[in-house]
Design a protein around this ligand. Sequence first.
Ligand code: GDP
Length: 535
Amino acid sequence: MTAVQQETGRVADVVAQAGRRRTFAVISHPDAGKSTLTEALALHAAAIEQAGAVHGKAGRRGVASDWMEMERDRGISITSSVLRFEFGDTLLNLLDTPGHADFSEDTYRVLAAVDAAIMLLDSAKGLEAQTLKLFDVCRHRGIPVITFVNKWDRPGREPLELLDEVEQRIGLHPAPLNWPVGVAGDFRGLIDRASGAYTRYRRTPGGATRAIEETLPAERAAAEEGDAWHTAQEELALIAEIGADLDPEAYRAGICTPVLFGAALPNFGVRDLLEAVRALAPAPMPRTGADGRERPVDGPFSGQVFKVQAGMDRAHRDRLAFIRVCSGRFERGMTVVHEPTGRPLVTKYAQTVFGRDRSTLDVAYPGDVIGLPNAAGLTVGDTVYVKTPIAYPPIPSFAPEHFMVARVRDNGRAKQFRRGIDQLGAEGAVQVLRSDVRGDQAPVLAAVGPLQFEVVQHRMEEEFGAPVELTRLDYTTARVTDQASLDALAGRRGVEVLTRALDGTLLAVFSDKWRLRSIEREHPGITLTPLLAAG
Ligand code: GDP
C-alpha cells in the first residue's frame, strides 16, 4: 500500500468511526430516575445482563477507593464514568454525571464533553431546579436536548401540561415523538407518532428485566383500550394542529426538543429513546480551537481534559484525567503533546472507565473518552494533540454558591496545607480565592455544591497530611469584576473582592442578591458580570 492509500484509509476509518458514535449525558434533578434510566438504556443495548449491574445501588463491587467509602457512607455517587454500548450499528457513549443534590463542578464539566443531552423529567414534577441549571449549560454550549418524561407508570401530570411547561419555561418547542395511552398511573402503552403504531406494555415482575411489549393494530387497540385510546387520539389531533412536529434541524439548533414519554423502572419506552438518540443526536463534529480555527474530525488526534478524578485508588494515589477525543484516531502508546506546557505525554497506560471497572484502552475515536492515570500536570480544560498544534477554549468555571475559609489544624503542617490547597485549586476540585487581607493561611474555597468541600477535607487529610478546618462564609453569589470597580465595592458590608488563584480573575462575592442589586443601582457603570449558570 502506498503512503497516500494508507492516509486515505486512515481518514475513511476515522470518518466512519466518528459517524457511528453518539456521545451524550443525562441531565436531571435528583430522584427523577437517572440511575434507573441509565441501567434501562444499557439493558436495552445489551451492554449488561440485568438492570442493576451498572450503578449497582444494590450490588456494588468492592473496589478499594476512597470515593467508594464516601459513596457508601452517604449513599451517593461521586465518581462518574462512561458507559459504552452498541445499539444496532451505533456506538453510544453515555457520560455519567454524579447524581446527588450536592452538586459539584464535575457535573457541569461533563457537559463540555458531550454532543447531546437527554433531559429527564419526573412526570409528576416537570422541570426542577437542577434540571434548569443544567439545561442552561446545554443552551450555553449549544448542546441539543431530547426530553424523556419518566415515571409514566405512576400518577403524574397531564402530558399536554408538561409540554406547555417546557415551552413556557425554557422556550424550547416540544415535538412529541410518542404519545401515552392511559393517564399517568394507568399507563397502557405508547403510540409512535410517525408510524401510528401502538405498542402495549406489560410490567414484568420486579421490573428488573425488559418489559413485555406487544404491538397492536389500531382497530384492536381502539377496541381494547377504549376511552384511553380515544383521548390519546384527540390529544394527538390537537398537537398535530399546533404543528408540534419534529424538525431535526431545529432540534440540532437548540430550538426544538423531541419529547418521549415512558417509564425507566419497568422499562417502558426506553427503546424509543435509544432510537431517537441514534437517529437524531449529532455525531462528533469538528471543534473550534481558541484561535477560531476548526480541527476536522478526521484531522490528527486531539482531545480535551474535562475532568480529573484523584484518589480513586487508595493504594496508588492515582489521578485519572478524562480526555474527550475531539479529532483523529488515538492509539495507546502514542506520544501526545500537552498543549499548555508543550511537554510530551506518554499514553502507555490509557484506560477505559466502564462503570466501576477500568481496563486498557488501545484505540479511541472522536466522541470517545480516554482515562489517563497519573498524568501529572493535566488539568481540566487542557488540550492534548499530535502533529498540528491546537488549543481548545477553556472549560468555563461555574458560579460558586458556597464559600468556606480553610485553615490548617496543625501549624506544623503549613507547607503541606499550602501545597494541597494549590493542587486542589489547579485541578479544579474547588475554586481557591485569595486576598491580601485574608493572607495565604486562610484562603477562601468556593464551590458549586457543598459536596466539593467534603472532598477537599478528605483529600487534605488523606493525601496531603494536612487536616483542615473549614468555616462557612455567609456569601451566596459571585460576579466577575475588575480593578476599576474596586472602589465602589470596598468597605461595603456583605461584599468582598477576592482573586481566583487559578487564573487571576477578580471575583466579587455578595451575601445576598439584594446587596448586589443595590450596588448595581448606585454604580451603574460598575463591572459585575455573572458567571455561567449563576443561580
Ligand atoms: P436518580 O437520583 O435520578 O438517579 O434516581 P433513581 O434512578 O435512583 O430513581 C429514584 C427513585 O425513582 C427510585 O426509587 C426509582 O426506583 C424510582 N423510579 C425511577 N424511574 C421510575 C419509573 O419509571 N417508575 C417508577 N414508578 N419509579 C421510578
